[in-house]
Design a protein around this ligand. Sequence first.
Ligand code: SF4
Length: 339
Amino acid sequence: MTKTDHTPLLQLRDVRKQYSIRTGLGLGEPLTVTAVSRVSLTLRQGETLGLVGESGCGKSTLARLILGLEKPTSGDIHYRGGRLDEWRRLDLRRRMQMIFQDPFASLNPRQKIGDIVEEGPLIHHMGSRKERKEAVLQLLGMVGLSPEYANRYPHEFSGGQRQRVAIARALALHPELVVCDEPVSALDVSIQAQVLELLADMRKRFDLTYLFISHDLSVVGHVCERAAVMYLGSLVEEGPTESMFADPLHPYTKALLAAAPIPDPDAARRRAKLSGDPPSPIDPPGGCPFHPRCNQAFEPCSRVAPQLAERAPGRRTACHLYDPEHQATLATTAAKETL
Ligand code: SF4
């Protein structure tokens, strides 16, 4: 892993995203769905931050907000110290790139590989035609593809090769931040390690910062220095991957880790099964959103929403188990259970 210089590249402050939806025949008052709920998060220059959680927890909505593709309902996003919505859209497009989950759907089947990689620099008027063509061939070589593939079409390639093309396309604009949205989950396991290694190489070579979205904790543990765990639109835990994985604080993180195929001799003693499905964001539970599934829930959990706060150096979590004001209740609950 490369060294992070700790300068904030991106800062989310109390970001919320809500949508109005109509159900049934579309009659009656629209319902409000909160996809992202008051998320505050910092992405530091040069780091790889993992964003994890089950499907529908708000990870992809958060990525779209970060990329400026959608506006938050409330809260601020700052990029390089300036408000995201004050940046020119074209500047942001160049500085922030995305690598999508599905390399079969993300490449235009009617474009040649060379044209796909060149498209961004062409739109941004980067270099002469000759310089762009040379840069494309160089990039294809860097991502492990033969330069002669530039004249071929996406359907001629395997999933792993297509993801290499997608990486070359993202790098062609010399971005600063790359949002990797489940970049290996559609690939065969044998190919995943190669693509992860390529991403790590490219990060070092181009001094990139990654936001790495994944539901796969073993992948996050392998590539990310820090991780942020989302549940039902909220951040529930954030911190260095190493300490979080060795000693997770939040019961949801514990359950995710227990379910992940991570080699860990101690895993058996902290198995915490995750039961049931996440509640609907249309009608989220009151108090802690995780309380209907939490095996450590106690008195305040169903009525008071916990706040994300630092509970250990560099470690934040939103859970009443660590709230000083609820320690007495917790001790009483534990005493009753031992009787
Ligand atoms: Fe479980 Fe309560 Fe912590 Fe929520 S606040 S995770 S319900 S212990």
